[in-house]
Design a protein around this ligand. Structure first.
Ligand SMILES: Cc1cc2nc3c(=O)[nH]c(=O)nc-3n(C[C@H](O)[C@H](O)[C@H](O)COP(=O)(O)O)c2cc1C
Ligand code: SF4
Length: 441
């Protein structure tokens, strides 16, 4: 198993947050190797390794690097920004990487900086990750004191707890000291990013994967994972599962292997009802899809997204209306309000779902739910609006009978017996209960 790891390699039994131990395990050798190559050679290696972004969209890092104009084609500084905001419900891989192998992330950031000839690295870390911040900040100080930075500066910036600041353009506004809201695009960050300079934005795990490409060599790296997405990914497994946790495995591991071999199956031996394959924002899978391979293209071909590789297991006691309501309250609260379909639509979805769950749903509400989803999908400024729709629309489509039963019974068939409490953190503390009800008419 250990030889299949790349990001968390060596963390078992060693404290790799300490520079000495990280170096003893071969750490920073890839940085040295990188600095002995030309930036163009490095970009070629990362492109040849087909490293795809682990932050959600699976965009090839090599292509992003090649979009950043070189020093001779730009007038000011360029930037590397590491997205460590990790706020997707169900996702908790980046925090483990930062806590256990912070130097591997720092090494990846320094290689990326060398690749685009940048002297400025920012790591934007989720505000709630205080322990991870402290470990990472200490590792940054150690690496700086050891002279590993050269002429590069790394600054770790703590966010203030907004999910939307994980969206790359909102993150850049937030870093600039503005309110974190998405920017209209184009232009995209590689051309016009932080302080209007060319900016490479990559996820923690993407950057922490770079050293192993140089260490193993492209061909050996490509032996891991699948042809369209080589390497490993840290799957965050949660929900009604016996052994929740982070599992670093080759991309393309099937849901069945992850849940039943590594996760030891559904908790309490219950029946499986659903699997959410990429964090709360993606369309849900049903048990007949257990053999879908968990890589970007296979999950998409099966009708969902790998997203942040947060796999959420749902057992047969869970009420899908309650689950949709929980997700939707989160998206409503986190909507930044900049565009109307998302700002208003998420509120409508919460109120419709609440009405159905409370037993006051009307037959027409099921069509209205779909109509509201349709009014948001593809019509919002950033993907948060789509996220808010993907989950709920798929619950209605795949569990229509359960929604119907709420209407027929005039209440929830699961009530307080639902297993919802074992699935993603509750967001009730965020509910805007005092809002007027736009749906009641
Ligand atoms: C609402 C929203 C939240 C996001 N949150 C994160 C996040 O917490 N971490 C992350 O890496 N990417 C997040 N993303 C994706 C980023 O916009 C961006 O695609 C990513 O940081 C690029 O890195 P990668 O190419 O290495 O995946 C989010 C996107 C959206 C629309
Ligand atoms: S889709 Fe939502 S989060 Fe994104 S810009 Fe519009 S209001 Fe803000």
């Amino acid at each position: 198993m250990a030889d299949r790891l790349t990001v968390l390699t060596g963390a078992e039994g060693h404290d790799l947050s300490k520079l000495e131990q990280y170096r003893a395990a071969g750490g920073y050798a890839s940085l040295e190797k990188a600095r002995g190559m030309t930036p163009a050679e490095l970009i070629q290696q990362i492109s040849d390794a087909s490293l795809r972004g682990r932050g959600g969209a699976g965009f090839p890092m090599g292509r992003k690097l090649s979009l950043v104009p070189g020093p001779d084609k730009r007038s000011g500084p360029s930037y590397v920004v590491c997205n460590a905001d990790e706020s997707e419900p169900g996702a908790f891989k980046d925090r483990e990487i930062m806590r256990r192998v912070p130097h591997r992330l720092i090494e990846g950031c320094l290689i990326a900086a060398y690749t685009i000839q940048s002297k400025n690295v920012f790591i934007y870390i989720r505000g709630e990750y205080l322990a991870e911040y402290e470990v990472l900040a200490a590792a940054v100080e150690e690496a700086r004191a050891a002279g590993l930075f050269g002429d590069v500066e790394i600054l770790v910036h703590r966010g203030a707890g907004a999910y939307i600041c994980g969206e790359e353009s909102a993150l850049l506004d937030s870093l600039e000291g503005k309110r974190g809201q998405p920017r209209p695009r184009p232009p995209f960050p590689p051309v016009t990013g932080l302080y209007s300079g060319p900016t490479l934005v990559n996820n923690v795990q993407t950057l922490a994967s770079v050293p192993s490409i140089l260490e193993l060599g492209v061909e050996a790296y490509k032996q891991l994972g699948v042809a369209s997405a080589p390497g490993t990914v840290v799957y965050s497994l949660s929900g009604n599962v016996s052994r929740p946790g982070n599992y670093e495995l080759p991309l393309g591991t099937t849901i069945r292997e992850l849940v039943f071999e590594h996760g030891h199956g559904v908790a309490g031996g219950r029946a499986l009802k659903a699997i959410i394959p990429g964090g709360s924002s993606v369309p849900v899978f049903t048990p007949d899809q257990l053999d879908v391979a968990l890589d970007f293209d296979s999950v998409q071909a099966a009708g969902s997204y790998l997203g942040s590789a947060a796999i959420i297991v749902v057992d047969d006691r869970c009420c899908m209306v309650q689950l949709g309501l929980r997700a939707e309250k989160f998206y409503m609260h986190e909507s930044c309000g900049k565009c109307t379909p998302c700002r208003e639509g998420t509120r409508w979805l919460v109120q419709l779902l609440q009405r159905i769950e409370d037993g006051h749903g009307r037959q027409s509400d099921l069509d209205l739910l779909r109509t509201v989803c349709d009014r948001i999908l593809g019509k919002s400024l950033c993907a948060l609006g789509d996220f808010a729709v993907y989950c709920v629309a798929s619950y209605v489509d795949k569990f229509y009978d359960e929604f119907q039963r709420h209407i027929d019974l005039g209440g929830c068939p699961f009530g307080s017996h639902s297993s919802i409490d074992g699935i993603v953190a509750p967001s009730d503390q965020h509910a805007h209960t005092a809002m007027p009800d736009p749906v009641t008419a």
